[in-house]
Design a protein around this ligand. Sequence first.
Ligand code: NAI
Ligand code: MG
Length: 492
Amino acid sequence: MQAPSELIRDVYDLYIGGEWIPSTDDERFPTVDPATKEPLTKVAAAKAADIDRAVEAAREAFAIWRDTAPDERGRIVHRIGQLVRKHRDGLAALESLDQGKPLSQAESDMEGAARYFEYYAGAADKLEGTSVPVGPEQVDFTVREPYGISAQIIPWNFPGNLFARGVAPALVAGNTVVVKPAEETPLSSLRLAELCEEAGVPDGVVNVVTGFGDPAGKALSSHPDVDTITFTGSVSTGQTIMKQAADNVTPVTLELGGKNPAVVFPDADLEEAANWISKAIFTNAGQVCSAADRVLIHEDIHDDLVDRIVEQAVGYEIGSGSENPDMGPLASEKQFKKVIRYIDLGREEGATLATGGNALNRDGYFVEPTVFTDVENDMRIAQEEIFGPVLTIIPFTDEAEALELANDVEYGLVAGVFTSDVKRAHQFARQLEAGNVYVNKWFGDTNQTPFGGYKASGIGREKGLEALNSYLQTKNIAVNLAEGNSGDLPGT
Ligand code: NAI
Ligand code: MG
């Protein structure tokens, strides 16, 4: 691993219009290593005036980028992917320090980031419209045009990966972007901006403004010259962003997390199910929107499967992300306190701690892999997103009950079913209220597959070709071929 000094500058400015510039009031704030609580560096704290500057730069660059030939746009975006691949290890080391995740998981994030740029690069020159057959008197066709300025408000759980997930489709569609990374994890976005520049992205096409939700995020999502907003984070911040966007009628794409049920039937391969579920709840210390955090287990196999999951949990090696353990710390003090509060709440609500439940007695925001059994579906630990290494297990007796419990939650991001019965697998997949369903596995979505929430889990889709719909608006063009003007009236 590279030494931190080679990876991290002493201070960072804002990246606006292809230049590094301090914030208007020169204020900076530290970002810390959650494994030690030590500051890594300081980044600029953007204010509303800085957001104005970034949006102006993005506006100036828009016409040039929009009118760049699509194949050339694709080549530039592909180069970003190649550079991310080339610098994967450095990016991963940086992410691991700033966010806390194990190095191997950060490497996988950056691999995925490279894939997003490569995948969408190939779409740049295939964003075709349609021709509509309305008869001989009119030529009618659609074109897909970029919105203009895409604001990307990014959370702290997969910062570099989610930068790529949003920026890559925005760019190939011809938009310019203003990215606001989470205040906890700004470093990978700043590094990725450098790589965009190196790849030949023109000045002003990608801008990165570090800062807090309020004022920076708020100024960005309420900015009258922003044309579309992509946000990943909590439901409540998503709702606030929608309200901030409403005054300007700015469209939003929201990915708001989940409380995702995994349903396990007695005919499932229990060893495989235990492996998937452990991975699905303890990866990134549970700070994953698609974590399997609500496991429903048939009573006949309940104790057996719980034992297997507990055995895995107990075996988890915990440490600083840079040592590449099985699990790192939580990403921030705020998240650490939230997770500890939920563990206390689980005890108060009467659930049984099968394992874990404690913070580690060391510096850094470490919490043990934790498994609660005897959970009732109406407990808050079964309904609310904890976003930590905390699994809640609910028993069930038959299929109907399993389905009812699985869907009885305000979220609807992902869900899964473990069974060897093909009919049951398909029937469940259809009836689960979630944007993504996994059968006999977890994290089954890829860069190529649409991803997003039903119910309170969000609006719109990320990933796959479907994500391009968030970055393109349809224009229909009607050309008259007829003589005279005796033709159409509205509504026909
Ligand atoms: P958050 O949703 O408040 O923060 C995410 C991003 O939104 C950050 O960049 C933040 O600066 C920005 N933001 C905050 N307030 C804003 C505002 N008024 N206008 C515009 N942007 C704003 O999430 P937070 O508080 O960091 O985490 C709380 C919970 O959210 C977590 O415990 C977890 O349950 C959930 N979460 C879900 C994620 C997901 O992947 N769906 C990712 C991160 C958090
Ligand atoms: Mg940090």
